[in-house]
Design a protein around this ligand. Sequence first.
Ligand SMILES: Nc1ncnc2c1ncn2[C@@H]1O[C@H](COP(=O)(O)OP(=O)(O)OP(=O)(O)O)[C@@H](O)[C@H]1O
Length: 280
Amino acid sequence: MARGGKILAVSKTNLKKKQKQSKKSRSGGFESLGLSPNIYNGVKKKGYRVPTPIQRKTMPLILTGYDVVAMARTGSGKTAAFLIPMLQKLQHHHFEAGLSVRGNQGFESNRFDAAVLDLNADDGRGMQKQKSSYHWDKRSKKYIKLNNGDHVTASGKIKTESGAKLKAKKTGLYKKWKERSHKKVSLKGTSSDSYAEGAASSAGTSGFRGDNRRFNGGRGRKSVPNAHVRSEIKDLDQVRKERQKKADRVSYLKSKPKRGKKKFGKNGRERKWKGYHLDI
Ligand SMILES: Nc1ncnc2c1ncn2[C@@H]1O[C@H](COP(=O)(O)OP(=O)(O)OP(=O)(O)O)[C@@H](O)[C@H]1O
């Protein structure tokens, strides 16, 4: 009887276990997802006993191949909700370009990390190389895009990584930006802006730049609208200041005695003083 009772007790335990298992699979526990043993063990190892509501709702759909958009509050386990099915799917995929995760080799997170890192250089030199850089071409006033490892030589040509020298390919990046930004100013045009622009371009027609350099359109060069205008947008005070500066400069140049004026006439004789000479 005692034996029989024991047997009964064992079978009860088994029954309870089975009931618990079927309840779990019905309730959508991690067991019911059909995860491979290594992923399931990993989930358990992490301490996840039951899926959170968002995981319970989304993971079966993702695993059957649906694209899912879901919203849940922060900390509700969204990351694992897509990561666990993703890992499951990755096990059965073969990737090219060094990212190979094969089911028969066992999946470990560090293997995945290494595969991802292979695609992007993580050392300083490699990262620098991956950056595309731009070189400012003084002559054409344009940016030139340089590919990895290219650099501009003293003669203005691009030297590629393989050592070949090529003519600089002008992208016209700066020109495009300037045209766009200047268009913006005139279109938006508050009263002060339009005044500023007008004033600035009138300063330009006289050939002056703010930085005291004369603008030369250059022969054969396509004229760029407002190319003589400095790229920043000026406010009214700045325009007034610049005008004042220009006026000061003009009056200074007018008042300045001309240097290097010939003291002697064409025939080599000293020029006669045409004014009055007073001997006191
Ligand atoms: N099923 C689970 N059981 C127990 N803990 C879990 C479970 N799923 C996730 N967690 C834990 O809950 C915490 C929050 O999860 P997680 O950061 O993935 O949430 P989230 O919704 O992605 O948050 P956020 O919106 O801030 O990105 C983490 O520490 C995670 O390990």
